[in-house]
Write a protein that binds this ligand. Sequence first.
Ligand SMILES: Nc1nc2c(CCc3ccccc3)c3nc[nH]c3cc2c(=O)[nH]1
Length: 376
Amino acid sequence: MQFTIQATDPESKARTGVLSTDHGLIETPIFMPVGTAGTVKAVHQRELVEDVRAEIILGNTYHLYLRPGLSVLEKAGGLHRFNGWNRPILTDSGGYQVYSLSNTRKIKEDGVTFKSHIDGSKHIFTPEGVMDIQRTIGADIMMAFDECTPYPCEYGYARTSMEMTHRWLTRCIERFDSTPAKYGYQQTLFPIVQGSTYKDLRQQSAEFVAEQQREGNAIGGLAVGEPAEEMYKTIELVNAILPSDKPRYLMGVGTPENILEAIALGVDMFDCVMPTRNARHGVLFTTQGIINIKNERWKDDFSPIDEELGGYASTFYSKAYLRHLMRSEEILGAQIASLQNLTFYLWLVKQARQQIIGGNFAKWKGAMTKKLMQRL
Ligand SMILES: Nc1nc2c(CCc3ccccc3)c3nc[nH]c3cc2c(=O)[nH]1
C-alpha cells in the first residue's frame, strides 16, 4: 500500500494525499462511512458510490465474526464478494466493539473474553485471533488489537493498559507477518496509539507505534467523551511523533468541526457513526448548518433538503416531505436522512482537500466551521 502526499497547507499541518490499495485509490483527507453487519445502515452500494461518493467503507470484525460468521464469509470469498463493495474496506479489530457492546467482557493478558450480545455465547478475542478473523474478512486495512481506555481514566490504569496494548501489537505484527492474505490481494496492518490523555504516555505510545514502521498509523483512545480541547492537544502531540509520510487515522471522530480541526493538525483518515446515527434521529448536517427535521418549522417548507450539496436525496426530496417521513417513522426517512448526512461528510472532506490544494485551508476552516455548526 502506497501513500503519496500531494499538497500541504502553508499555515497548518493539513495535507492532501493519495492512498493506493489493491482495491483502488483513496484521496485524503477522507471520511470512511461505518458499516456494521456488512452494510452501511440503510444505504445501497450504488448510493454509496454514486451519491455519497464513498471511496472506502468500514466493516466491523466483532459483528461480522458473530453474524454471519467466518465460514459464510470465507465461502463467499471475503466481505468484498459478500456485500458487493469492490473498493477498499477497513475493519476494526473488535476490542472497541466488545468494550462498547458486550457488558460481560474480561480483559486478560491473553485476550478479551466476552459473551455475544446476540445469543450470549462465550468467545475470546486474542491478538492472533483477530488477525486471522480480519484476514478471513479480507479487509484491505486491518487494525491491531488494542484496549481503548475510557475517559476519564486513572494514570495507573492508562499506563498498564497502554503497555498491554503494546505487547498485543507485537503479537499482532508477528501473526500478521507470518500469515498470507487469503483472497489474492494485499492487506495492511495499522497499529493504534493509546495512552488516554496523559502527555508522557501518549509520547511513549506514539514512539512505540512509530518504531514499528508500518504503512499507516491510527490514533485511538479518543472520541470517548473527552473535551474537544483534550482531543486536539493529544492529536497535536501524537502527530509530532508519528511519521509524516504515512497516513494518520483518527478513530471515531467526529463532528464537522472536529474533523476540520483534526485535518489542520495533520490527520488524513476519519470514521464516525455520527452521520448515520444522527440521521436516524432526524438530525441533518447540511451545507447551510444543522437541521432537526422533526422540528415544526419545516412542516410546510417545500424547498429541497440541501440544494447546494447536490446528490439525489438532497435535491429531489423536500424538507416537509422528509419531516413527514421521519415523524411517520417510515424506513424511507432513515434512508434519505442517512444519504444526506453521509453525502455531506464526503462533501466536507472534499471541500477541505480543495482548500488545502488552493493554499487557504486555515483561513477557510474558521468561517466554514461557524456556518456548518449553526443550528437552523
Ligand atoms: N480499535 C479501536 N477502535 C476505536 C473506535 C472504533 C472505530 C471503528 C473502526 C471501524 C469500524 C467501526 C468503528 C473508536 N470509535 C470512537 N473512539 C474510538 C476509539 C477506538 C480505539 O481506541 N481503538
